[in-house]
Every structure is written in C-alpha cells, then in structure tokens.
Design a protein around this ligand. Structure first.
Ligand SMILES: Nc1ncnc2c1ncn2[C@@H]1O[C@H](COP(=O)(O)OP(=O)(O)OP(=O)(O)O)[C@@H](O)[C@H]1O
Ligand SMILES: [Mg+2]
Length: 281
C-alpha cells in the first residue's frame, strides 16, 4: 500500500494510504471529517410479506391462509458499518445487487433511521439517485427550478445558472426538449438532467447513486470531470456504481459492501483488485 504524504490529524487516512488530490494539489489542509458512521445497522420492516419457502404449494398455502394483518418481516440491510469520510475525498461504493449501498446512502442523507449505531454528518448531505424526486408531468425547465429550490438555491441563483445547467445536461442538443414534460425523456436524459441540477451547487456531502450509469460515454466523461471539480470545492463525494472504470476514474477510496457488511475500505486499486477477484469467481 502506498503511503500518503500528509499525516492525518488522527493518522487514519495517511495510514490507510489515501491520496487526496484536492489536498495534494493545494495547501495541505488538516483532514476534516465530513461523515462518520459508527457500527451502523439499518433494518427495514416490511408489512404484508410472507415467511416460508418459495415452492408453489407453500405459496398457495400462504394465499389461502392469509391473515388479515399479514406478517411483519425484517430485512437487515446494513450490518455494523463503520468508517470516516474526509473533506476532499471521492469515495466509491461497490458491491453486488442488494448489498446495501443505496440503503447506506439513504441513512447518511438522514432518510432512514438507524436501528443501532450512529451517523454523523458535517453540513448538508444531498442524495442524488436515479429515483430522485422530479415531477414527471412538469417540463424539464420547471424541474430545474424545483430541483434548485429543493437544494436551497434562491430564484436569482437558479436564474443565473439555468443556462449552464441546461447546457451541461445536453438535453437540448437534439432539439428543444427542455420545454417538454419529463415523462417524454429517455431514462438517460432524465438522469442527465438530475445530475446537472445537483452538480450546479456546491455540496458539503454529495451522494450519487448510479446516476451516471444511464448516461452515454460523452456525458459520463463530462460528469466525471464535474465530480472531480466538486471534490476540489472541498466537499465529499460518494459514488455508487457498478462500473469499475468510473470508480477508478473518479474515486481514490472505495468501500466494498456485501450482504450489508463492509468487506473492505481502502485505496481504490487495492479494493477493486479484491472485488474483481470476488466477482470473477
Ligand atoms: N424499501 C425497502 N424495504 C424493504 N427492504 C428493502 C428496501 N429497500 C431495500 N431493501 C432491501 O435491503 C437490502 C439492500 O438493498 P439496497 O437497495 O441498499 O442494495 P444496493 O446495494 O443499493 O443494490 P443495487 O446494486 O441493486 O442498487 C436488499 O436486501 C433489499 O431487498
Ligand atoms: Mg442501489
């Protein structure tokens, strides 16, 4: 493992070998924690689910004998995750489908309560997901304004940055789509607009859940560049992706989750090497 030049306040990042370009390129700043998770557990409670086996007879039995209230099932999605994220870091979150990545981000954003353990965040975390709330019946234009307001921008600020947001999204490259309702957009177009709105603002903690996956190559390149800039603006960026290349290109640290547990936390190359071994099995 490479040893970082800067010795952290508590020694942790330097020991782990993370390089933080934002800090290496500018004046070496002390390591400032932005997100701390401490033995975090998240449990979903699902009502109306059923216990039992997946066989057809078992399913039939369940349907016939269904109780009025149904059963309550628990899904233990995050199991004892601990880490500290620092200002200026871009952190990749990887792991198989259902391993708890989105759940962890929601918990950091304060959208899900912890069953036990704690999450501390410094500043306002913003979660940008493929399902981020947008009004499908409103035009792209109206959604830019709504999204901006939701992130705490003033109307003037939104007006100033409007053109920049639309240009960055590239929505209008193939015609005047920004004045059409969002429901007429392809999933890639919608994801691009969401990312562009979120990226227009400086974030303390920006979490991006697969938003880049649906964009085309050209847009991916552009957004990766923007992620690097956002990171330089002293925020912390979390990026969930199943594309190891985007993780390599944007993140210097990676958290690998599997079945809700943190398998590895370290410099991108080290973690991806192990993950690739695991996924090629
Ligand atoms: N709203 C919910 N209610 C109940 N269980 C849920 C809910 N959302 C997720 N889960 C469960 O929690 C676990 C973790 O899901 P999560 O969405 O965090 O995975 P993920 O790592 O983001 O997966 P993917 O790569 O497919 O996006 C899964 O077992 C899933 O079934
Ligand atoms: Mg997910």
């Amino acid at each position: 493992m490479a040893v970082a030049e800067h010795t952290g306040q508590d020694g942790a990042p330097a020991e782990a070998g993370y390089k933080t370009p934002a800090q290496a390129e500018h004046t070496p700043a002390p390591w400032v924690p932005t997100v701390i998770a401490e033995d975090l557990h998240i449990v979903y409670r699902v009502y109306g689910g059923a216990k039992g086996k997946g066989s057809a007879t078992a399913a039939l039995n369940r349907i016939v004998r269904r109780k009025p209230g149904g059963n309550m099932r628990e899904v233990h999605a995050v199991r004892g995750v601990s880490f500290t994220a620092y200002r200026g870091q871009a952190i990749g979150l990887i792991g198989s489908n259902g391993s708890g990545k989105s759940t962890l981000l929601k918990a950091i954003a304060g959208l899900l309560p912890a069953e036990s353990g704690k999450v501390y965040t410094d500043g306002q975390p913003s979660l940008l997901g493929v399902n981020a709330a947008m009004m499908n019946d409103l035009t792209g234009e109206r959604n830019v304004v709504l999204g901006g307001l939701a992130m705490g921008m003033s109307r003037e600020e939104i007006q100033q940055r409007y053109q920049e947001i639309v240009d960055f999204s590239g929505i209008n490259e193939k015609g005047d789509f920004i004045t059409l309702p969002m429901r007429t957009y392809s999933s890639g177009m919608a994801a691009r607009l969401r990312f562009s709105i979120a990226a227009a603002k400086r974030h303390d903690v920006l979490m991006i859940d697969e938003a880049l996956a649906t964009g085309d190559k050209k847009f991916q390149k552009r957004s990766e560049k923007r992620i690097r800039e956002l990171r330089k603006e002293a925020g912390t960026v979390f990026l969930v992706s199943h594309n190891n290349k985007s993780i390599r290109d944007t993140c210097e640290r990676v958290l690998w989750l599997e079945k809700g547990r943190l398998m590895l936390d370290g410099p991108t190359e080290d973690v991806l090497k192990e993950y690739e071994k695991f996924t090629s099995k």
